[in-house]
Structure formats: C-alpha cells, structure tokens
Design a protein around this ligand. Structure first.
Ligand code: ZN
Length: 114
C-alpha cells in the first residue's frame, strides 16, 4: 500500500461531526457580547483570545445551543470600541456641563438680596 493509497483513505471530517461533538466539552461560562450577542469561542484557545462567532456558527460548530449554556457578558472588539467612544463622549459632555455650571456668576438668592 502506497502513501497515496493511505492518504486517499483519510477523510477530513468537518468540525461539527458527531465524533468531534462527543469530544467537545462545553465551557463553564460562555462569553457573549452584551451589545451585539456574538459569542467568543474559547475552545482550544487561550482564555480571552477565542474567535468571535454568531450563535448559529457556534451551534453548527459544536452542536450545542449557546442558550443552553451559562453565559457571561463582555464586549466584542467592535462593540468595545463603540462603548469607549460613547463613554469618552459622556465624560466630555459631563465636563463641559460642569464647566458651564461653574462659570455662571454667583447669584445671591437670599431674601436680603431681593
Ligand atoms: Zn459586540
């Protein structure tokens, strides 16, 4: 039997086959973006550095409905940028508001001033 014969017998199975699913152990907590809902799949990855995928992709890849797993909320990279911009804008507006309030002249509202 030649090497070509052996290689010809090897079939590459997609990740969602029942054999692979049987080896899949679901995470204790599944990270989900709290804004857009995509999932960070940390299977075979360093925690915090998994790849982001839709719920449908996760279900197809692992044969597990993400809704059946305990979820933890986080931000995906795209939403994190949006949140940082929004928070920065909030604090800039807050600072502008404080400066405008502080720049008002002191007004004496006491009865003696009337
Ligand atoms: Zn997101």
């Amino acid at each position: 039997m030649s090497i070509e014969d052996v290689l010809g017998q090897i079939r590459v199975e997609p990740r969602s086959t029942p054999i692979i699913r049987a080896l899949f152990s679901p995470p204790q907590l599944l990270p989900v973006c709290c804004l857009c809902g995509i999932i960070r799949d940390e299977t075979d990855a360093i925690p915090g550095f998994g790849r982001w995928m839709t719920r449908e992709s996760y279900r197809e890849t692992h044969g597990v409905n993400p809704s059946d797993l305990p979820l933890t909320h986080t931000y995906c990279p795209e939403c994190l940028v949006k949140v940082r911009i929004a928070v920065r804008q909030y604090f800039l507006e807050l600072e502008c508001h404080r400066n405008s309030v502080l720049s008002f002249p002191d007004i004496d509202l006491s009865p003696e001033a009337a």
